[in-house]
Design a protein around this ligand. Structure first.
Ligand code: NAP
Length: 283
């Protein structure tokens, strides 16, 4: 670590008073300034190989946020695991990632339903076997039960809760042991307006999203001190899922930029929660 500190001083960056939670050569490459340090001492192919060993698992991959975040981490050199129920959806994103000229990592799709514990645990077991332990987990799947309080069916609400919250609990249980062992990891949960607001007619969504936020907070408090950065991002607006550049909607690329930034943050200044909304959103 001393050599790293010395290099930082040489590069004009302030010395870090206490050691970073990460200690391996690979783990110090998570910040831009660290990558610049490694560039001073390693060849381009070494750097590409180091970063390609990092794996991001995106749970809930569709054309909006899931696609944009997967592409963003792939462009940054990560290997990517895409998890969803529909193979054709993730396959087309897999093909897009493979066509990124600079992409040197691996990408693979895993079919799973997050509401089914055995299905989701099997997906993580396959991810570990085919790609390795995820350094980054983005939990993006969610469920919605329609109706007012008097109309809600308990089975539908249970399904929403399983998608939005229990699937997230299972997912963090699958990735945290290796992240703690490696002393590095990022977990990002995708929230919504309903994460903090139970609107009339939206209980069947808000119950799951509030639960997700509670899970995020508890996970951050328990695992932050063990070197895992946990964030919850409230998406307060309508996402431009079809990427039609609709003014007043949230561009998924903007969300992906934010997720990459969260992953790249210095451990002495981690963000737990962010709210993203379009400039025109009334709130
Ligand atoms: N869209 C919005 O306007 C909006 C606004 C605020 C917040 N959000 C939140 O943002 C996140 C991403 O939304 P998005 O619209 O951009 O979606 P997206 O990333 O384009 O796609 C999410 C994907 O999750 C997968 N998924 C859903 N249920 C699943 C299940 N039970 N098991 C496995 N995969 C499942 C679906 O794919 P399969 O059908 O193939 O499984 C879906 O395409 C969600 O958490 C959502 O609540 C969305």
């Amino acid at each position: 670590m001393h050599a790293v500190h010395q290099l930082e001083e040489d590069a004009g960056a302030p010395l870090i008073a206490s050691p970073l939670p990460q200690t391996s050569g690979l783990s110090i490459a998570r910040r831009t300034s660290d990558i610049n340090l490694i560039k001073m001492t390693a060849s381009a192919s070494d750097i590409a190989e180091i970063i390609a060993r990092s794996i991001a698992a995106i749970i809930g991959v569709g054309p909006g946020t899931g696609r944009a975040v997967s592409l963003r981490f792939a462009r940054e050199g990560f290997s990517v695991a895409l998890v969803g129920r529909t193979a054709s959806k993730s396959k087309s994103i897999e093909d897009e990632i493979k066509s990124i000229p600079s992409f040197q990592g691996k990408v693979a799709s895993f079919s799973a339903d997050v509401t089914q514990e055995s299905s989701l645990r099997k997906a993580f077991s396959d991810i570990r076997e085919q790609l390795g332990d995820p350094e980054v987990l983005v939990y993006n799947a969610s469920g919605f039960a329609r109706g007012g309080i008097l109309d809600l069916k308990t089975a539908d609400v249970e399904g929403a809760l399983r998608s939005s919250t229990l699937g997230a609990l299972i997912s963090v249980q699958e990735v945290l042991p290796a992240q703690v062992k490696n002393k590095k990891g990022t977990v990002i949960f995708t929230g919504a307006t309903a994460s903090k607001k139970g609107s009339a007619g939206f209980a069947g969504f808000a119950i799951g999203k509030w639960g997700l936020r509670a899970l995020a907070e508890s996970t951050a408090r328990e695992f932050g001190p063990q070197g895992v950065h946990v964030s919850h991002v409230i998406i307060d607006g309508v996402i431009d899922v079809e990427n039609k550049d609709i003014d007043g909607r949230i561009d998924p690329e903007g969300i992906a930029d934010t997720y990459w930034h969260l992953h790249s943050q210095h451990p002495s200044a981690w963000t737990f929660e962010l709210e993203l909304r379009p400039y025109r959103e009334k709130w």
